[in-house]
Design a protein around this ligand. Structure first.
Ligand SMILES: Nc1ncnc2c1ncn2[C@@H]1O[C@H](COP(=O)(O)OP(=O)(O)OP(=O)(O)O)[C@@H](O)[C@H]1O
Ligand SMILES: [Mg+2]
Length: 460
């Protein structure tokens, strides 16, 4: 039971001894209530017996008795017990009452209290004694016995026990409720740690905060933090390697491109050589682009997370990007426009944010057919800035819209590319606390790439 739940197990450990305590205490209370009720019942029987005994007298030389009502009124109760008595002179001469009431084996002038069973099988409590009567030298021994059923006695036991039992059960229930609430409350920090870990993406490698944690939980979280730190180091080493490799590749690649260019200019009489050189030139350009994108991806991955606090004027940044791409747009005969809301300041790394916008607009220009339109639109929504890059090109099939964010995945073979543009965009957006999504253009053909970025005010 509760094997999987810490709260359940702790509750169990507390309830078990508490329940044992309450049970023992209930048994003790029951015994005490019984004793008290017995004493009260026996006292009433003794009093009744004495009242009857006092009223036996000589009458014309023989003993006689009138049972006084007070002797029986003593037993009046809501439970309406049956009361029996038996008054007997020497020689079993019955003076009053019922001969069926059993007498104890030995009766003396000291009252004997005993339990008996009535003719109808009911349990009864009884008392009996012998009274000696003297009259002008004669002695008469009269036995007086009184019995009553035990209804009022049992009711009294219950009346005495009930408040005690109620308070014990109440204690048990209250203990359960408070312990349950207390445990729930005290386990909240642990749940927070769980949420903190569960909500992270693979690149969030900051340590879990231990400040508000219980002392008992700290070693566990510190061990997890050490593990996270080792993973972070490993990831950083890998990123550094890619970044270094890309850096190292850039110089020889630039050299190679220059040499090819030089060779092409020098001798263009041999057509096949010119063709080979043109091929080499193209390959070296592709290699350069790939290296640059790998470098950008490595930079995006190693950028400080969303708390990198640069204040970026979004409209100015986008205008700058569009200015750089306008020549490309013209070469592709695409109408490149913008609808920018002023005064939008976002938080993040300026160079990376520019790379994000560049990649999206570059895609739109690259994949949209000649004569198409590409518009960049910005808008404020709550504490986020929304950037939309809208084109009327071929768009991306719904099933491929998630896959295009995978590294090196490409959906269109006829246009050149590395397949790293959108992964870079997503990495930068996430790093800066934002999101990116691709949707089809409402107006029909085309793609809308929407990026949400945290506004400067909201982030600080
Ligand atoms: N605006 C767009 N319209 C149509 N298809 C698009 C658009 N943007 C991206 N795609 C598709 O998504 C794929 C992935 O884009 P991504 O930018 O990641 O790589 P790429 O453009 O192929 O290469 P590069 O690394 O040079 O950007 C592209 O190959 C293309 O098929
Ligand atoms: Mg691209």
């Amino acid at each position: 039971m509760f094997s999987g739940s810490l709260r359940g197990r702790l509750l169990w450990w507390l309830l078990l001894p508490l329940a044992a305590f309450v049970s023992i205490s209930a048994v003790i209370s029951y015994r005490f209530a019984q004793t008290t009720a017995d004493v009260m019942q026996d006292n009433a029987l003794l009093s009744s017996m004495r009242i009857i005994g006092e009223d036996i007298d000589w009458d014309n030389g023989s003993v006689s008795i009138q049972i006084p009502p007070a002797a029986l009124e003593l037993f009046e109760s809501p439970e309406q017990d049956s009361v029996f008595y038996r008054v007997e002179a020497s020689g079993h001469r019955l003076l009053a009452g019922s001969p069926d009431l059993t007498l104890p084996t030995h009766v003396s002038d000291r009252p004997t209290l005993y339990s008996t069973r009535l003719g109808d099988g009911r349990e009864a409590r009884a008392v009996a004694y012998v009274r000696q009567l003297y009259d002008s030298g004669r002695t008469e021994e009269v036995i007086v016995a009184v019995a009553k059923t035990e209804g009022s006695r049992d009711a009294m036991v219950w009346r005495l026990l009930r408040p005690q039992l109620s308070s014990e059960v109440l204690t048990l229930v209250l203990a359960m409720v408070f312990v349950y609430l207390g445990l729930t409350f005290e386990l909240l920090p642990l749940m927070k740690v769980k949420d903190d870990v569960a909500d992270r993406n693979a690149s969030q490698l900051e340590p879990i905060r231990v400040a508000r944690l219980h002392v008992e939980l700290r070693p566990i979280v510190e061990a997890i933090n050490q593990c996270i730190a080792r993973m972070g180091q490993q990831a950083a080493t890998q990123r550094q390697f890619i970044s270094d490799a890309a850096h190292q590749l850039r110089t020889p690649l630039a050299l190679l491109a220059a040499q090819i260019q030089f060779a092409r200019q020098r001798d263009n009489r041999d057509a096949s050589l010119a063709e080979a050189l043109a091929g080499m030139h193209k390959s070296s350009r592709k290699l350069t682009t790939l290296t640059n994108k790998l470098l950008l991806l490595a930079q995006a991955e190693s950028a400080a997370p969303s708390n990198a606090r640069e204040r970026i004027d979004l409209s100015a940044l986008i205008a700058g990007v569009l200015e750089e791409l306008i020549a490309f747009a013209q070469s592709r005969e695409i109408d490149l426009g913008a609808e920018l809301e002023d005064g939008l300041y976002v938080t993040g790394d300026e160079a990376l944010t520019a790379a994000l916008v560049t990649n999206l607009v570059d895609n739109a220009l690259r994949y949209t057919q000649a004569g198409g339109h590409v518009t960049v639109h910005t808008q404020r929504r709550g504490d986020m800035a929304i950037v939309r890059v809208i084109d009327n090109g071929p768009g991306i099939r719904a099933e491929a819209r998630e896959r295009v964010f995978e590294r090196f995945y490409r959906a269109s073979g006829h246009v050149e590319g590395t397949g790293l543009g959108l992964p870079i965009v997503r990495e930068i957006a996430h790093r800066q606390g934002g999101t990116v999504r691709l949707e089809s253009n409402d107006g029909g053909a085309g793609l809308v790439a929407t990026v949400e970025m945290r506004l400067w005010m909201a982030a600080n």
